[in-house]
Ligand binder design. Structure first.
Ligand SMILES: O=C(O)CCC(=O)C(=O)O
Ligand SMILES: [Mn+2]
Length: 236
């Protein structure tokens, strides 16, 4: 008998795994997503889980996720190294690495809890993810600057699935041409979403080829926020 994806069977799961997420996944969590579209922009958003499940997921992530330390907390921007203004760590399939801005992040192996979230996303979206980047915003000062998730290793046909927990924060999306100076600049309206506790945002292709996103600092949104961006990286 050939056993495929053994870590997804019930028998060999550690007892600590998060049953509520499994239950949501088994019920095929029917989620009605709200679509936002513009030129080459396609976003789907919904609150994915009940508040109590989101609270418990956040608590367990706060308990179990170990963020990178030392050299892995720095990025290179225009040739200079900077401390990133948030905490970060990646988990994923064996051998997965995520390279950006001069940093290469080795993925830690999936934990049962993160694997449960990944399975829930499979039920909701139909996409199988092999990598998750976790960002923890310690307070309203922590942020992520304007960027696109357009690394060549990312599978172009798979949306990035972004799960948010904790402090609600604004997610700002700007077209590349609206960021330009001079005659190349085009007046395209910025899109803003509030990413709530327990929500899912899908950045569907080709959004990340054309639009930049950021989570800017916010004085009044000072609580802890955890964001998990599930990605599919093409294996070499
Ligand atoms: O925290 C967020 O909502 C976005 C994170 C993000 O854009 C990223 O990790 O690339
Ligand atoms: Mn991003």
């Amino acid at each position: 008998m050939i056993v495929i994806a053994q870590n997804e069977t019930d028998e060999n799961r550690p007892p600590k795994c998060f049953r509520a997420l499994e239950q949501l996944a088994k019920n095929k969590a029917v989620v009605k997503m709200k679509k936002t579209t513009a030129e080459n922009l396609d976003l789907d958003y919904a609150v994915l889980m009940p508040g109590a499940v989101a609270d418990e997921l956040m608590r367990q992530l706060e308990d179990g996720v170990e963020y990178y330390e030392g050299a892995l907390t720095k990025v290179k921007v225009f040739g200079r190294w900077h401390e990133i203004p948030r905490q970060q760590v990646a988990y994923g399939d064996e051998g997965m690495k995520y390279a950006f801005s001069g940093t290469s992040l080795p993925a830690k192996p999936w934990t049962p809890l993160l694997n449960d979230v990944r399975n829930l996303l499979y039920e909701v979206t139909g996409f199988r993810y092999n990598f998750v980047l976790i960002n923890r915003y310690r307070n309203g000062k922590d942020h992520i600057g304007e960027h696109r998730d357009d690394e060549k290793e990312l599978d172009k046909n798979t949306p990035i699935a972004s799960v948010s927990l904790g402090q609600k924060r604004a997610f700002v999306v700007k077209h590349g041409d609206a960021r330009k100076k001079g005659p190349a600049r085009r007046d395209i309206q910025t899109v803003k979403l509030e990413l709530e506790h327990g929500s899912l945002l899908l950045m569907n292709p080709p959004t990340n080829e054309y639009w930049y996103h950021s989570v800017p600092p916010r004085k009044l949104e000072n609580g802890v926020r955890i964001n998990l961006t599930f990605r599919k990286i093409n294996k070499k």
